[in-house]
Ligand binder design. Structure first.
Ligand code: HEC
Ligand code: HEC
Ligand code: HEC
Ligand code: HEC
Ligand code: HEC
Ligand code: HEC
Length: 378
């Protein structure tokens, strides 16, 4: 990486600047890489008249468009070392005065950029909101904020199978969502057509609201207009009964994720299972016991029903798992990277840290009728 970017730098430099300056910089960088400290002192002392030009050349190169932050900072670092040594050994502070404010301002710009990334992370914090911003420049040019997609709120109204995988793939950034397709009645536009849900051709800021104060209600269910949500749910054929919420609050697990199964158990919500009234609702009602290798680790009991009631078979088979018992080699390490169970758990469903929610069945407990899956040998 260093060598590649350096040689690009040398190439472009040799065409625009004095050969001597360029030779000086090359020597300086070589000494620097090889840590030849004494040679460096000598070089700076003997080429005092080259310094200002060398610093200017490095700055010009660093400030070119299209250079990434790390490359820019490396070039500015070289310029700064040259200027600093020059001030120390030759007593001339002028080049240092050029470079120091520049480094400061670049760091400030970078800090803002990082803060912006962190801000979107914050927008996604608790309960399952996604900031959709595949085309950030285009939305910015239109004077709009990025889209805040409340995945959790849609889950209240619709089972997973309504959207996955017929409307959206179950993986972020893979759907190439655009305004044009939405307005043409695809993607979000399947519903946001002005009939089933508010139209995507008006009230732009009802979707484009990430980071705006109006988005607060989507982060904090306490600020939701519960009656409005109940009305919306009813209008699509779903149910939301906020009066059944325990203490009027969303139940959260100990990791602060919405406890969906608690909501289901209390009959707080009933999502619509299909946009097509005649669709038959397929499910599968059995349990698979993943017998763990270790005597210290409890077995995992996987309920087909709790999954297949909401999720399409095709979201899991064959995309994530074979539909033959024992057909899939599942590894915890792969899971924590978002494969297998980790495709959903840790993303839209409870987190991995919650070991006991999956490793839920001690060896001594017998589960009638469970299909047993023994540890894969490999
Ligand atoms: C109203 C539509 C809708 C419903 C209902 C819905 N999703 Fe999604 N889901 C989306 C959209 C949109 C995305 C983001 C896609 C993108 O970024 O391209 C998404 C993304 C995901 C992802 C990817 C997460 C990641 O980090 O990569 C998973 C997993 C997922 N959904 C699972 C579910 C599950 C499980 C359910 C039901 C409990 C569900 N979804 C219900 C629309 C929906
Ligand atoms: C399966 C249907 C469906 C799909 C697909 C869908 N939505 Fe929705 N969405 C709804 C319904 C119904 C509401 C409730 C609001 C209403 O009644 O107009 C809603 C509400 C919202 C809200 C809440 C706005 C508010 O002011 O409370 C946002 C934001 C939103 N949708 C964005 C999106 C985005 C972005 C997409 C695509 C990535 C999308 N939706 C896909 C049906 C859908
Ligand atoms: C139902 C939600 C919704 C509404 C309402 C909505 N948009 Fe969008 N819009 C989206 C989504 C989702 C994207 C894709 C965001 C991304 O990943 O960059 C998008 C993207 C865009 C983009 C970026 C270019 C592109 O096509 O990806 C522009 C520009 C845009 N919208 C303009 C508008 C305008 C103008 C309005 C109001 C007339 C509006 N949007 C209303 C959901 C919405
Ligand atoms: C959340 C993911 C998920 C969903 C949704 C799901 N399955 Fe499975 N299924 C699994 C896993 C995990 C296994 C075990 C695979 C293994 O042992 O390699 C499995 C195993 C199976 C098996 C073999 C064991 C058995 O139960 O007889 C069949 C058949 C099967 N699934 C059918 C279905 C059908 C039909 C649906 C939809 C109604 C469905 N599955 C929905 C995850 C899922
Ligand atoms: C396609 C998405 C998806 C996949 C893949 C998936 N799950 Fe789930 N799982 C869910 C959803 C959604 C729920 C309902 C609870 C929730 O939303 O947090 C759930 C619930 C559970 C529960 C019930 C927890 C309880 O408190 O009763 C267990 C256990 C579980 N999953 C284990 C697994 C295991 C083990 C695997 C892999 C073999 C797996 N899941 C794969 C989406 C998924
Ligand atoms: C979403 C469900 C889920 C959660 C949460 C989960 N596990 Fe697992 N884990 C599994 C499944 C399923 C297997 C079985 C894989 C097999 O035998 O094929 C497994 C297997 C394992 C194994 C056996 C070795 C291996 O790589 O297969 C270890 C060790 C393990 N889990 C530790 C943990 C620990 C520690 C945690 C909590 C930090 C945890 N698991 C959380 C589902 C889960």
């Amino acid at each position: 990486m260093l060598l590649i970017s350096l040689s690009i730098f040398m190439l472009s430099l040799s065409t625009n600047t004095l050969a001597d300056t360029s030779a000086f910089i090359e020597q300086f960088i070589n000494n620097h890489i090889e840590r030849k400290y004494d040679d460096q002192v000598e070089l700076i002392e003997q080429n005092s008249e080259q310094i200002a030009a060398a610093v200017d050349a490095l700055v010009a190169e660093a400030m070119k468009d299209g250079i990434i932050f790390e490359q820019r900072m490396r070039l500015l670092d070289y310029a700064s070392s040259i200027a600093y040594m020059h001030s120390y050994w030759n007593g001339d502070k002028a080049p240092l005065k050029v470079i120091e404010p520049l480094i400061k301002s670049e760091l400030a710009i970078e800090e803002k950029r990082v803060a912006k990334i962190m801000k979107w992370k914050k927008e996604e914090r608790n309960i399952g909101n996604f900031v959709l911003k595949a085309n950030p420049e285009k939305t910015e040019d239109a004077g709009l904020a990025p889209v805040l997609y409340p995945h959790w709120m849609h889950r209240i109204m619709f089972e997973c199978k309504v959207c996955h995988d017929s409307i959206f793939q179950m993986k972020r950034w893979t759907n190439d969502i655009t305004q044009e397709k939405i307005v043409a009645g695809k993607q979000c536009g399947v519903c946001h057509d002005g009939e089933m849900a508010f139209s995507a051709e008006e009230k732009c800021e009802r979707c484009h609201m990430a980071g705006l104060p109006a988005a607060e209600k989507l982060h904090n269910p306490a600020k939701m207009d519960q009656m409005q949500l109940a009305k919306s749910a009813l209008a699509v054929g779903a149910k939301w009964n906020p009066e059944r919420l325990p203490d009027g609050k969303m139940p959260l697990d100990k990791f602060k994720f919405i406890d969906w199964l608690k909501l289901k158990e209390l009959d707080v919500f009933k999502p619509l299972s299909s946009l097509d009234k005649d669709a038959k609702n397929e499910t599968r009602d059995n349990v698979i016991r993943f017998v763990s290798k270790s005597s210290f680790l409890d077995d995992v009991l996987f309920g087909h029903k709790v999954h297949a009631d909401w999720i399409d078979c095709s979201s899991c088979h064959p995309a994530l798992f074979s539909d033959e018992l024992g057909g899939t080699k599942i590894k915890m390490t792969e899971m924590s990277k978002g494969r297998f169970c980790g495709n959903c758990h840790g993303k839209v469903s409870f987190t991995f840290a919650d070991c006991k929610r999956c490793h839920n069945t001690p060896k001594t407990v017998i589960v009638e009728g469970a299909l047993e899956r023994h540890p894969t040998k490999h």
